[in-house]
Design a binder for this molecule. Structure first.
Ligand SMILES: *Cc1c(COP(=O)(O)O)cnc(C)c1O
Length: 249
């Protein structure tokens, strides 16, 4: 890996500053403390040098959508940045769970019990002689009810959450959603508010959840106003992604 070029470093620092400012302003408007909102840098399609430049600015949490690409970057970056936290946020097929359970710290995109059971069975207890914490999980909810989208339908979320919460090697932290794109703050807030209400229901049913993973480059303000504790931001931090064929997840 090359040291970050001055241009890459300066662009990374400026984008990060602007995104943090957006989070701070939205948090202030919501009467929340910006420190309650974790920023995930979604580095899919960007190379290890781009991640390294962002890490050099102090960004410590990164998210990937594709298993192979993510595992490659984690391995390339570990020598220089051993303590970055890696989140898997993409569609997860059963034949890829082993790699995810080994290499990632979080998974946001679990929407089936069978996948959670595999992650539970495959999460190593230790790595390089050190105990590995449980894999931190969010349940992805199909909050807009789009038939083509991944995520558990809202009516089935409670049962699934309770089933997953019992599995060893995992810690269910909360809910994640990717709503249908909407224009305007009010329309953007509506699905996020529903996810927050669902989370509240689950907490009242006895689950100890503390995470709402919601909001991306185009709608992070709406998400922060509705209580997001993690926002997942890609293009606002790294620039526009080149169009590419949809790879196999
Ligand atoms: C790509 C992606 C993001 C980031 O999207 P941007 O619009 O680039 O901020 C967030 N969450 C998920 C699940 C993604 O796939």
């Amino acid at each position: 890996m090359n040291p970050p070029s001055d241009d890459l470093a300066a662009a990374a620092a400026e984008r990060l500053r602007q995104v943090r400012l957006r989070i701070e302003q939205a948090a202030r408007a919501a009467g929340r403390d910006a420190s309650q909102v974790r920023l995930l840098a979604v580095s899919k399609t960007f190379d290890a040098d781009a991640v390294s430049a962002m890490a050099a600015c102090g960004q410590a949490e990164f998210a990937e959508n594709y298993v192979q690409e993510g595992v490659g970057k984690i391995a390339a970056l570990r020598p220089r940045w051993p303590s970055l936290c890696w989140h898997f946020i993409g569609p997860l097929q059963s034949n890829k769970t082993r790699e995810v359970a080994r290499h990632f710290d979080w998974v946001h995109s679990v929407d089936r019990l069978s996948v959670a059971q595999r992650l539970s069975a495959q999460r190593p207890v230790e790595c390089d002689g050190k105990l590995l914490p449980p894999l931190q999980l969010c349940l992805q909810v199909n909050i807009s009810g789009e038939s083509s989208k991944s995520g558990v339908p809202v009516p089935q979320a409670r049962q699934l959450a309770h089933d997953i919460a019992r599995l060893p090697g995992l810690r269910l932290r909360g809910l994640m959603c990717i709503p249908a794109p909407a224009q305007g703050l009010a329309a953007q807030r509506e699905p996020f508010a529903r996810l927050r209400e669902l989370q509240q229901d689950l907490v009242e049913s006895g689950l100890a959840l503390d995470t709402l993973s919601m909001g991306m480059s185009a709608d992070l303000e709406a998400a922060v106003l509705e209580g997001a504790t993690i926002v997942r931001v890609g293009s606002a931090l790294f620039g526009a992604r080149a169009a590419r064929a949809q790879p196999r997840p």
